[in-house]
Structure formats: C-alpha cells, structure tokens
Design a protein around this ligand. Structure first.
Ligand SMILES: NC(=O)C1=CN([C@@H]2O[C@H](COP(=O)(O)OP(=O)(O)OC[C@H]3O[C@@H](n4cnc5c(N)ncnc54)[C@H](O)[C@@H]3O)[C@@H](O)[C@H]2O)C=CC1
Ligand SMILES: O=C(O)[C@H]1O[C@H](OP(=O)(O)OP(=O)(O)OC[C@H]2O[C@@H](n3ccc(=O)[nH]c3=O)[C@H](O)[C@@H]2O)[C@H](O)[C@@H](O)[C@@H]1O
Length: 457
C-alpha cells in the first residue's frame, strides 16, 4: 500500500519506517528541509535506538522515501498520516493546533479528483479533531474548486515511548482506531495486518518479540473515543507515577522503602508493576502537555478535573525534593558545588523537553550553588537550550564528581551503574548522593561511605 507520513519527527519517522519494514511503500514529508536532506542520507536528527539502522536498511530498497514536497508525498498515496507536533499553547494550557490545521489545509489543496484518500490523525489531538481536519480539507477543496474527491478522516493514536520506540511500535499492546468510513477502516486493517498477525521478523540485533505475544488487538471505536483514549492513557500513566511518588514521600516520613512497597503492590494484578518507579517525577514532551490538554478540554466544558490538576501540580513539586534532601544534609546550598548525573527526562534518549533537570538546575542556580552537569547524550542540547546558564559542563562522571558537595542522579543511564564508585567517593568534597531514580546500589554506596538518600527509601 502507498502511504504518506506528514511530519517526520519522532512519531512520523518511526511510523514511516515501521510501515516500510512491514512491506508498504512509504514517503515521509516534512517542512524542515534540513531534516529531509539528512534523512535522505540515512541520518536521523535525534537519538532513538535501532531507528537509524532501520532507516538505512530501507533507503536502498526504495521502500522509504523522503521529500520536502507535499505534492510528491501525496501523488500516489492512498493513506496519509498526520504526525506533526501538538504542543501546549502559550498561557492557556490548551493544545496548539496550528500545525495540524496547516497540514489539513495543505492536504486539501493537494488532493486529486476521482480518488479515495484516508487521512489518519497519528498526532495526539483533542477530541473532535477528525471533524476539524475533515472540515478544513473540505474548505480547501471548495476554495480550489476541486470536485469529486472522496476522502475520510480517521483517528489512530500512537503509544510509543521514546527510547523504546521500535519495541513499542512493532510489539504494541493494542492498535486503536476510530473511523466512521468502512472503506477507510478496511484500509487501516490491511495496512496493519502484518503487525496484527506479527508476520515479520526484525533483524536479530533488534529487540526480540515478547515470548507470550501472538496477535495484536486491533480495536475500533468511535473517533471521539479513540482520540480520548490517547489522553486518558497518558494522564493515567502520569498519575500512576505521581501516586507512587506520593507514597514515596510518605515512605520517607515513616521509614518504609518505596521499592518494596511498589513490589508488594504491583504483584496484585489489578494494580500491575509497570510505572510504579518512584523518583523525581516524570518529564518529557508528552505527559505534561497531554495532561494540560485534557484538563483544558474538561475545563472548556465547565468541568474541573481536580484529580488531574493535582497530579500535574504534585509532579512539578516532586522535582524539588532532590534539592530538599541535599539541603537537609548541607543546610545551605550557597557556594556549594552540586553535580547532576544525567540530564535527559529518561535514559536512552537525548530529549530534554520538560526534563526535571531543567527545573533542578534553575533552582540550584537561584540558591547560588555552582552547578556541574554531565549526560552521555544531551550536553550540546542543554547548551543550545540554555546558553545563558553559568554551568560547568563535564566530560564524564568522574570530572563531574571532583570537588562536589553533593550529587543528584537525575537519569537512570546504565553506565552509571558500573562507575568506580570508590573513585567517585574519593573525588568528592562531601560524599552525599541523592538518587533521584532509586537506581543505584544503596548498600554498596553506603559501605563505601556515601551518605545515600533515595526517593522514598
Ligand atoms: N514523541 C513521542 O514519544 C510521542 C509523540 N506523540 C504525538 O505525536 C505528535 C508528534 O510528536 P513528535 O513526533 O514528538 O514531534 P516532533 O516535533 O518530533 O515532530 C513533528 C514534525 O512535524 C513537522 N511539521 C510541522 N509542521 C509541518 C507541516 N505543516 N508539514 C509537514 N511537517 C510539519 C516538524 O518540522 C517536525 O519535524 C504529537 O502530537 C505528540 O503528542 C505520540 C506518541 C509518542
Ligand atoms: O505520548 C507520548 O509521547 C508517550 O508518552 C509516554 O512515553 P515517554 O514520555 O516517551 O516515556 P515514559 O517511559 O512514559 O516516561 C515518561 C517519564 O515518566 C518517568 N517514569 C516512568 C515510569 C515510572 O515508573 N516512573 C517514572 O518516573 C520517566 O522517568 C520519564 O520521565 C508514554 O509512556 C507513551 O505511551 C506515550 O506514547
């Protein structure tokens, strides 16, 4: 099947590459010409495990093409995915639909008569966006006088995680679609058929298929419900983390260990063990924006979603607990050297969008600390985002530790587990460590002589 993907960011590129791998012919379009030129050479502009390898494998086979021309992208395509950004609008917390609107209008100007097209919203979008996109396309068609174009708009939200995108896209828990048009629904089913049936094999160096996996549920809903499933899922996951963080804070008060509490809770199948890792709070490009988006949707309709409001507020407060813990040990942080081990919002990504590290650094600078940073992937990105911050950028964890009064582990990078912690201890001025992800071996660190503080343990 000929497929176009509009917007070649995280989601667009993973979507395009995965459909191409499954045997479809995919053409990805983006307005960012530099991105397209890099992709044509097999270079991706962000870090995502396995993705560059996949793109480089598909390019010579001509199954995955890139273009900065929308006309070229739509020339042969029957199914058109919209995968542009839907950020939070300034001040209101509502979803900024500028890019989706632009794309819908442009698609409407480009569709050809006497053809059928299925336009699929892959972006995370407010309820009713399928109607908005349909209306804007229809309007453009009328403006250009294009008649006899048969098209439908569907919802097909994406649930991948950054850093785990290939695994999540090829071995998903479910495929959610919302489409009123039976022809469109049939096309989506055909498109996803190899994935539903798991009729493919990734290269042996890629993540293996989970052993219990057989068929992937392809679940159809009304488009409005499909659109809401995405927001409701992200809001639930974010709230589940906020919940365990609340329990962690209570653990700190009563002397319990949140890792044990989460283990005991998670064994109850009704609760489940996933997303019960306590820490300095969630970050990233989507949880915050999608919670705000859902809150705004509810408020626009006169409903106050108090649980979601609390979940959002508590998460941002949680970030500062790492600093309170340092203050407990060091009293004042003025003039103290504090090192941040890791910067990204999670491991296996170079993404700093809404990363807790940004709030931590800002607060530490306000408290007149000297802030040293090290991250395996995100140093240049931090310099680009906050060139005005007077930070000490270090090349490795040992240089970071040198002369520090305290370290905060911000990101659970695997490589931090195998550091020579005795050496780190000897390099520090005061051996205080706040493990913001409950990631390190507490017992070993305490044996070395560190003053260790986890989140809720
Ligand atoms: N990043 C993630 O892990 C996930 C993101 N999503 C959702 O997917 C959507 C896209 O997110 P990302 O891929 O992270 O965004 P991104 O910012 O990485 O990529 C968006 C791309 O769209 C392009 N674009 C903007 N306007 C365009 C236009 N008029 N025509 C063509 N291209 C245009 C941009 O240049 C950019 O390359 C958002 O709604 C997001 O909430 C959903 C699941 C996971
Ligand atoms: O809509 C999206 O963009 C995506 O948002 C999240 O994915 P992502 O933000 O990439 O990463 P997660 O693995 O969900 O982690 C988000 C944050 O929660 C934190 N987290 C996660 C799990 C946990 O137990 N504890 C915890 O603090 C992570 O450290 C990270 O800061 C969702 O998990 C995806 O299903 C969704 O598609």
């Amino acid at each position: 099947m000929d497929v176009a993907v509009i917007g070649t960011g995280y989601v667009g590129l993973v979507t395009g590459a995965s459909f191409a791998f499954l045997g479809h012919k995919v053409i990805c379009h983006d307005v960012d010409k530099a991105k397209i030129e890099a992709l044509k050479k097999g270079k991706i502009t962000f870090y995502e495990p396995y993705l560059e390898e996949l793109v480089q494998d598909l390019l010579p086979k001509q199954r995955l093409l890139f273009t900065s021309s929308l006309e070229e992208a739509l020339a042969k395509s029957e199914v058109i995915f919209i995968a542009v950004g839907t950020p939070t609008a300034p001040n209101t917390g509502a979803v900024d639909m500028t890019y989706v609107r632009q794309v819908a209008r442009q698609i409407g100007k480009t569709l050809q008569p006497h053809r059928y097209y299925l336009i699929v919203n892959k972006s995370t979008v407010p309820v009713g966006t399928h109607q908005l996109v349909e209306g804007l396309i229809q309007q453009s068609l009328s403006e250009t006088g294009t008649e006899k174009v048969n098209f439908a708009v569907a919802s097909n939200p994406e649930f991948l995680r950054e850093g785990n995108a290939i695994e999540d896209v090829f071995y998903p828990d479910r495929i959610v679609v919302g489409c009123h048009c039976s022809q469109g629904l049939a096309l989506l089913k055909t498109l996803y058929e190899p994935l539903i049936e798991q009729k493919f094999n990734l290269p042996s160096s890629f993540p293996a298929r989970p052993s219990k996996m057989s068929k992937v549920p392809f679940v159809q809903f009304d488009p409005i419900s499909s659109e809401l499933i995405k927001y409701a899922s992200n809001a639930f996951l974010a709230t589940k983390i906020t919940y365990i963080n609340e329990i962690a804070n209570i653990c700190d008060l009563v002397g319990a260990d949140v890792k044990d509490v989460a283990l005991g809770m998670g064994l109850d199948q009704r609760i489940g063990s996933a997303f019960l890792k306590a820490g300095i709070g969630w970050g990233g490009s989507c949880f915050g924006k999608d919670l705000r988006g859902l809150i705004s949707e509810a408020q626009q309709r006169g409903y106050s979603p108090d649980l979601l409001l609390a979940s959002l507020k508590k998460n941002y407060e949680q970030r500062y607990r790492a600093i309170y813990k340092l203050q407990e040990e060091l009293k004042t942080l003025r003039g103290k050297k504090i090192g941040l081990l890791g910067l990204t919002f999670k491991a296996k990504t170079d993404d700093l969008r809404d990363a807790p590290a940004l709030d931590l650094i800002e607060r530490l600078l306000l408290l007149d600390s000297t802030v040293k940073v090290f991250d395996p992937l995100a140093m240049e990105e931090l310099q680009r985002l906050r060139p005005q911050w007077p930070l000490v950028y270090e090349q490795n964890a040992y240089d970071l530790a040198e002369g520090c009064h305290g370290l905060i582990l911000v990101t659970e990078w695997e490589q931090f587990l195998s550091l020579d912690w005795q050496k780190v201890y000897e390099l520090m001025k005061k051996p205080i460590i706040v493990d913001g992800r409950n990631f390190l071996d507490r017992q070993r660190l305490e044996e070395i002589g560190f003053v260790y503080s986890g989140m809720g343990r």
